[in-house]
Design a protein around this ligand. Structure first.
Ligand SMILES: [Zn+2]
Length: 352
């Protein structure tokens, strides 16, 4: 199925809206509600799973083994761990990232009562005119703070604002779409994947075509903390393709202009026959692709298998530069991913 500029624009728009919708693991309801509304708008039936993920199923033209695609809405962030003596906050990570990638970031602290307070992540001796430590101290969670934009001088004052241990801390996404086709923002992992699935579902709904096999689309909610697609995938599924970021970097094949097909990640090699089929689809439909190995990477595919899913798995997705950092991709990679997803579901005539 060809995809036009309008559909790619739609996918970019979905990325922008999704990254601006906070959704840390354990607190993903807003993003799931957003996807829910978008699926309703597009005309795709869906249901929530027990754990609050979202499942949309398209009935196939043929009987037999089902297929599934999954992308995760949860992203990286933090949680208040301690109210500091000076009125600042100590925090614990939600998901895995290096402190260097968030130092200086503006954040929103969400209190239990739903009050939003602004702040900044800083080293605890951040002023160059006061301390030399800023240059040579290894950043640890113990020496990092959130400086609140509120007149507080001690922990009592912070507590008075309604802030408590366990409150969520959302990083500013800093989303920017450039006129050169790049989307640079935090949380492309895996909101870019979610947007690609939405784009594919929109194309399928508008064309009125049905996938060859019954195909389930799972929008999972806790991948960054290790158990996203451990439930919610129907047992009839014999093939699962996770749609998650391609790892761009030194020594990597992946780039920001292609759909990246993973041959092996930290969980081991993906199913060879499925991988070959995905490569063949890219070749035959002239979809820009790269095959790559991700050295430090786990995905919902591995999670589902570890949880007992009796299926072969694959992993595809847009190449993301500087992952779990100030991420960036290009609209070409989004378009290529949507095209591969559509090629994989093998749409054909027949009412849904
Ligand atoms: Zn991911």
């Amino acid at each position: 199925m060809r995809i036009d500029k309008k559909l790619t624009d739609y996918v970019v728009e979905q990325v922008v809206r999704l990254v601006k919708t906070p959704s840390l693991a354990g607190h993903t309801d807003r993003a799931i509600s957003y996807v829910e509304e978008e699926l309703t708008r597009v005309g795709i039936a869906h249901q929530r799973t027990g754990r609050g993920a979202l499942l949309a199923t398209l009935k196939g033209r043929e009987e037999g083994m089902h297929r599934a695609l999954t992308a995760h809405v949860d992203t990286l962030g933090a949680m208040v761990k301690e109210l500091g003596k000076d009125g600042s906050l100590l925090f614990t990570p939600v998901g895995g990232y290096a402190l260097a990638t968030v130092e200086g970031e503006y954040v929103t602290v969400e209190t239990g009562a739903g009050k939003l307070l602004r702040g900044t992540i800083l080293f605890d001796e951040p002023s160059a005119h006061v301390s030399k430590k800023i240059n040579d101290t290894k950043r640890e969670f113990e020496n990092m703070r959130i400086r609140l934009d509120a007149e507080v001088r001690d922990a009592k004052g912070t507590a008075k604002l309604g802030i408590a241990v366990g409150d969520y801390v959302h990083f500013d996404p800093r989303c920017e779409v450039t006129d050169t086709g790049f989307i640079k923002t935090r949380h492309l992992d895996d909101k870019a994947g979610v947007a690609c699935l939405l784009g594919a579902l929109k194309a399928l709904a508008e064309s009125g075509s049905r996938p060859r096999r019954t195909t389930h689309f799972l929008f999972s909610t806790s991948e960054e903390v290790g158990f996203g697609a451990s439930a919610g995938i129907p047992p009839e599924v014999g093939e699962l393709v996770a749609v998650d970021m391609g790892a761009v970097g030194k020594g990597q094949e992946s780039d920001e202009y292609s759909v990246c097909i993973c041959a092996k990640d930290s969980s081991g090699p993906f199913d060879y026959a499925l991988r070959q089929r995905l490569v063949k689809l890219c070749r035959s439909q002239k979809i820009p692709f790269k095959v790559d190995i991700y050295p430090f990477y786990g995905s919902d595919a591995a999670v589902a298998v570890r949880a007992g899913l009796d299926a072969v798995t694959g992993l595809v997705g847009p190449g993301i530069n500087a992952s779990h950092n100030l991420e960036r991709t290009h609209r070409k990679a989004l378009a290529a991913t949507v095209r591969l997803v559509l090629a994989y579901v093998e749409p054909g005539d027949g009412k849904r």
